[in-house]
Design a binder for this molecule. Sequence first.
Ligand SMILES: *Cc1c(COP(=O)(O)O)cnc(C)c1O
Length: 392
Amino acid sequence: MNYRISQRAASLAPSLTLAIDSKAKQMKAAGEDVVGFGAGEPDFDTPQHIKDAAAKALAGGFTKYTPSSGIPELREAIAAKFKQENGLSYKPSQIIVSSGGKHSCYNVIMALCQEGDEVIIPSPYWLSYPEMVKLAGAASVILPTTDQTEFKVTPEQLRAAITPRTRLFILNSPSNPTGAVYTREEIRALGDVCVRSGVLIMSDEIYEKLVYDGATHTSVAAFSQAHYDHTIVVHGFAKAWSMTGWRLGFLAAPEPIAQAIDAIQSHSTSNPTSFAQKGAVAALTGSQEHLPRWLEEYARRRSYAHQRLNAIPGLTCVNARGAFYLFPNISRLGLKSIDFCARLLEEEKVAAVPGIAFGAEGYLRISYATSMANIEKGLDRLEAFVRRLAGK
Ligand SMILES: *Cc1c(COP(=O)(O)O)cnc(C)c1O
């Protein structure tokens, strides 16, 4: 049979992160001692009270369809979160709960973008953004950044990239893959550029709570009514509550955009899982005491890994102030990032993700969402690999 795959699907790039990950898993299954720096998810368990709430809902028969954009109780809890933590006033009708933050991003792009539109994405970027833009038939305009600017785009760079076709600017702070956190002033300045040009902003704030060294998170929507009117905030439960497998994300948008997304969702996935939503209510309204413990542990691992990486000859690494990734520069080591990662896995059994997967050649992504013992072992091996490469 000659199955004609739609152009839309055929245009997608296979996920390099998943490819490395599946190779690493195969090696592990074969009994090899692989250290994984590839994880895009916390290594902590979901807090017990969240599991209990979902289990109780499940046992109590909360197993049917819910409103497609989420149960009122959860949308209210999310609106309260935005009010208290971000100073943002949303009605529950402006909140859409989806099957993961990724799904929320997809819904935003599908609701706003079409053929002829341009979407501005700073690189290194989360690898799904450009693929989603393709699915919507629009074009990505990539704004490259380097470790020289701590992987941040400037307002001038953004302004220069805006054309009459620009529809959306994707901002992701704290960032996956670099861990970069824009300051309040930097966020405001980028928001100002978009407001002045009538460009909408998708602000992916899923790592909001994972910040270190006194860094703070500010939502671009919070600066003025105009900023609010131009912004869709995307968020989710995966990172700060370690609920990746629950598939629950949410967004807050101006009313007409929320309505459009509600329509898309009601005809595609319908509601996110009923009893998982009850767990999410507990995540938002229950104890947050897990978070300082996790942050302390992440910060400890980050400091250690940052210092170890910089001590490896030929490799440099700017410190990240958020998320759980470091993004060391390997450009002086003479291998393309994909070859570097393939050999690192083959020869030293360390899985890391090549920078090129995020649109940035000459870097690696190291996730420190793994135990300190793993980090020590993995960095010993990385160091041995680099020294061997350099012939020393
Ligand atoms: C993890 C992540 C998300 C959302 O992940 P879900 O598991 O779909 O909730 C969104 N954006 C970025 C940048 C992420 O790293």
